[in-house]
Design a protein around this ligand. Structure first.
Ligand code: ADP
Length: 652
């Protein structure tokens, strides 16, 4: 190996090392007696000028990492110890700050392999705040310091060849160049490895002859260090070297230290290089991840604000439920509905105290459906624990499956419907009032028309008879409308009463068929008969439903088309259907069709009169019989309305 002693005296080498900003110390023995410590290391210590009989333990400051055990291990085993980015608390210019160092503890061995000394180096990492950027890394220019070795820098115990071996074997790249042409006086193995050149060709060569690819960027810096006598520190500086036609790229921290050869007075530069490629790449990755995180955070904040805004506008309360802890999380709006204070917790078992008992099964079903992946919405009575007041609430629930960050949980919304329900009640009361007021004069009118009909039939005046018949039909229509409105009022007040009896649905269908055959002249009515379908139901109300569906089929399909009425048994139910070949209903309208006052809007339907209460009444009647009502439809191809009723055992 090319030895520094061949070109530099041990004294010169020591001098250079002494000035190096890489904190360096050398210890011997189990007790880690200090035999050498340069200026940079002494700044990290609390040691005085005299090294005699000083050990690492005496010198170390309490605020710096304690390496006693590691140093002793290196002394005992000879195995190098490294620690990246160790934090040191440093005082400079009256400020206290943290400086990170890459630490290396390496052993120097004699020819028998016995450890004779341990070298301790601490390479400072980037000092944020004092660096100015150059290239993509950063550069710091140090102060010009005239070299004055401190008294007692080297202990008498110190043997210079130990130092050579230590530097030769150090994992930090060291190169010493001198003169205008940057002739290499010394390079260690780590440096040769870093630049991808054989150590043998380095000695005596001009640096940029063997490493031309580095000239453009590094030569001006080295010139500046040499000519101005000021150290320069490069941090995270990108480099690329060409080895056997291949480019290897990386990042390096370099400390350039000027020196003047004590004998020849030739000016030179000591460069200590530390490959920080993996650290820099990690740092860059971390910065990218951080930037992404920041932007995700920003997006999240925006989403959250947006969500909050939407929830506020819609007066939505938001709740969560954690099945693991059985606890609810409630936002202020949910808390105010239940009359709970901000710090009052509520668990699954408390839920029955805040929901009207009649609605507990409805809410339980909502939750079970949510767990089964079917989010939904229900209306229920919530109880305010403070006032005891009940209010209508519309609630939804959805299950959020577990992710790597959170366990599975339920999330849902609540809206206080009190105002909406009050408004609804006012409207219903009004409809009820008007309908009642209209019913008496209409009954009288109907009576008068009957008398007129009787009289007219005696006169035989066809024209008069026809006019009176038309008036009669209009009065009947009005009466039907009014009874519809009164039904709506009754439903709203839960006053719909069923007069139950057991009957064969087939009879009801036959009656309907007989009536339709005389009344419906515009369409072709087809009834598909069925035998023995016994139900326990309110005959008149089921008839009302069927009539309503048939009337709609007539109303919403062109003249001359066919309307088919069927009834069929399906397990323990009977399904009745009314199919037409009419306008059909769009997909968007179907979910709302059975709502009160809902009417599908289209070019064709806008000329057809109605109030949107027929299907609502049908639904209420069928559901109060524990049956279902639904529709299958295609625009311009027709609709099939179905209702189902439970069959009774008599039928089996
Ligand atoms: P109305 O007929 O008085 O408007 P309904 O409650 O009976 O009220 O019906 C609600 C709406 O459903 C109707 O406005 C109509 O748009 C639609 N509808 C009902 N039956 C049919 C049908 N057979 N074909 C097409 N649309 C229908």
């Amino acid at each position: 190996m090319f030895s520094p002693s061949s070109v530099l005296s041990d004294k010169t080498l020591l001098d250079i090392l002494y000035q190096s900003p890489v904190a360096t110390a050398i210890y011997v023995g189990e007790h880690l007696q200090i035999v050498f410590a340069n200026n940079a290391m002494r700044k990290l210590w609390i040691i005085g000028d005299d090294l005699a009989n000083q050990t690492y333990r005496d010198a170390r400051q309490g605020s710096t990492p304690n390496l006693t055990t590691q140093l002793q291990q290196v002394w005992q085993t000879g195995v190098t110890y490294r620690q990246a980015a160790a934090p040191y608390t440093v005082t400079a210019d009256g400020y206290i700050y943290t400086q990170y160092y890459n630490i290396e503890l390496s052993a120097c061995k004699d020819t028998d392999g016995r450890v004779t000394a341990v070298m301790h180096t601490a390479v400072p990492l980037n000092q944020t705040g004092i660096s100015q950027h150059k290239n993509t890394g950063s550069t710091v220019v140090g102060n010009t310091e005239s070299y004055t070795p401190a008294k007692g820098a080297v202990n008498d115990l110190f043997d210079a060849p130990v130092l050579e071996t230590l530097i030769d074997n150090a994992s930090i790249g060291v190169v010493i160049i001198a003169g205008e042409d940057n002739k290499i006086l010394y390079a260690n193995y780590s440096y040769s490895k870093m630049i991808g050149r054989n150590l043998n060709i380095l000695c005596g060569s001009k640096l940029f002859d063997v490493l031309p690819e580095a000239r453009a960027y590094f030569a001006p810096i080295i010139d500046e260090v040499r000519n101005h006598g000021r150290p320069v520190y490069l941090y995270d500086t990108p480099y690329s070297v060409y080895t056997n036609g291949e480019v290897s790229r990386g990042y390096v921290n370099v400390i350039y230290q000027p020196f003047t050869h004590p004998l020849t007075k030739v000016k030179g530069v000591l460069a200590i290089c530390h490959d920080v490629t993996s650290q820099t790449l990690n740092k860059q990755q971390l910065e990218t991840v951080n930037a992404k995180l920041q932007s995700t955070n920003h997006d999240l904040q925006l989403n959250q604000t947006g969500l909050r805004l939407a929830a506020d506008t819609a007066k939505l309360g938001i709740w969560t439920f954690d099945p693991e802890t059985n606890n609810f999380g409630l936002d202020p709006r949910c808390r105010s509905i239940f009359g709970l204070d901000a710090d009052e917790a509520i668990s699954k078992t408390d839920i029955e105290t805040v929901i009207d008992e009649k609605y507990v099964p409805v809410v339980t079903q909502l939750v079970q459906n949510a767990y089964a992946g079917k989010p939904g919405m229900v209306e229920y009575y919530a109880i305010n624990l403070k006032t005891g007041k009940r209010s209508w609430v519309r609630g939804s629930a959805q299950y959020i499956p577990p992710t790597s960050e959170s366990s599975g949980h339920l999330i849902g919304t609540m809206v206080d419907l009190s105002a909406e329900k009050d408004e609804e009640k006012r409207k219903t009361d009004f409809i009820g009032f008007v309908s009642h007021e209209l019913r008496s004069p209409l009954t009288s009118l109907s009576g008068y028309i009957q008398v007129l009909q009787l009289r007219a039939s005696k006169t035989g005046d066809e024209k008069i008879i026809d006019i009176i018949n038309k008036s009669r039909r209009q009065v009947d229509r009005m009466a039907a409308l009014i009874s519809g409105f009164l039904d709506v009022v009754k439903i709203g007040e839960s006053r719909i009463q069923l007069d139950l009896s057991c009957f064969d649905l087939v009879n009801l269908l036959s009656e309907s068929e007989a009536e339709c055959n005389t009344v419906v002249q515009t369409h072709h009515m087809v009834y598909k008969p069925l035998t023995g379908a016994f139900v326990e139901a309110d005959y008149d109300k089921i008839e009302q439903v069927l009539t309503n569906l048939i009337n709609n089929a007539v109303k919403y399909s062109p003249q001359g088309t066919t309307i088919i009425v069927t009834a069929e048994r399906r397990d323990d139910e009977v399904w009745v259907s009314v199919a037409d070949e009419g306008l059909g209903i769009s997909e968007a309208d179907i979910p709302h069709l059975f709502e009160r006052f809902y009417r599908a809007q289209s070019e064709h339907t806008k000329t057809i009169k109605g109030f949107g209460i027929g299907l609502y009444i049908c639904k209420e009647i069928i559901e109060s019989h524990r049956g279902r009502i639904w529709v299958e439809s295609e625009v311009n191809h027709g609709s099939v309305f179905y209702f189902s009723l439970p069959l009774i055992t008599k039928n089996l």
